[in-house]
Design a protein around this ligand. Structure first.
Ligand code: FES
Ligand code: FES
Length: 153
């Protein structure tokens, strides 16, 4: 089957029910997307599909044929994604970094849909788990990006 990943067409030989994450990492070598829980809980495996965040560990690869998949490797080709990465760097959000590609994906998807989310809207969406506890830095970056500083706690 053919997959559109990062604006490139990839011919993939996989069973239709194979998780997209396996194809991205093992078949295509795009290892920026991480495997955490494998159960749609942690968000480490998040990618964008048609601009919306999806957990690739539970997404069958045949469900994303003919859709536009974006991984962390290409997120800075997106204007919103580029701004997110710049703010992540400015606020030094990553510690070990393992969860951060998923965090950036969640942030980008939110800001594409809602450029000025409130603190409540940020909290509702930024639910990816981080073992290093970078939540405060992520929230500071998101508050900057949202331009709603006055709403920050
Ligand atoms: S690895 Fe997919 S949500 Fe945790
Ligand atoms: S930065 Fe280490 S798990 Fe989030």
């Amino acid at each position: 089957m053919k997959l559109d990943i990062n604006n490139q067409t990839h011919e993939v030989d996989a069973d239709g029910d194979t998780p997209l994450l396996w194809v991205i990492r093992d078949d295509l070598g795009l290892t920026g997307t991480k495997y955490g829980c494998g159960l749609a809980q942690c968000g480490a495996c998040s990618v964008l599909v048609d601009g919306k965040v999806m957990r690739s560990c539970v997404t069958p690869v045949d469900s994303v044929v003919n859709r536009k998949i974006t991984t962390i490797e290409a997120i800075e080709a997106d204007a919103v994604g580029k701004r997110v990465v710049e703010k992540w760097v400015e606020h030094q959000a990553p510690q070990c970094g393992y969860c951060q590609s998923g965090q950036v994906m969640a942030a980008t998807a939110l800001l594409k849909e809602n450029p000025h989310p409130s603190q409540e809207e940020i909290a509702a969406v930024m639910i990816n788990l981080c073992r290093c506890g970078t939540y405060n830095a992520i929230n500071a970056a998101m508050t900057d990006l949202a331009g709603t500083k006055e709403g920050a706690k």
